[in-house]
Design a protein. Sequence first.
Length: 123
Amino acid sequence: LLTSILEEIGINRNKDIFITNVVKCRPLNNRDPKEVEILTCKPYLDFQIKIISPKLIVALGRYSAGLLTSRPPEKALQNRGKIIESIYKIPLLITYHPAAALRNPNLTPVIKSDLEKIKEFLK
């Protein structure tokens, strides 16, 4: 789903962006990550962001948004669709995780609209 949305808005997943996960190994049974897992993996994310030095970070879902804003996951999506400052002092765009749209297809156009802000930001 993410790849098709990106293609629709003119972003090539393999050439234009770098995608990574907050938690580097998938939790068992695809459960939500535990705070200890997120914090254990954070140094790897810190290193990736330092090396890549992105112009914009996009958080997909409440756990990545929570980590990148230092907010509890349940409050992290309050800034969905807005570009705010991340903990790295790099602009951050927050949207729903594409898996949420698989459960609720009404979120697909919302995610697409949010991701269109990437192109606007980079102009």
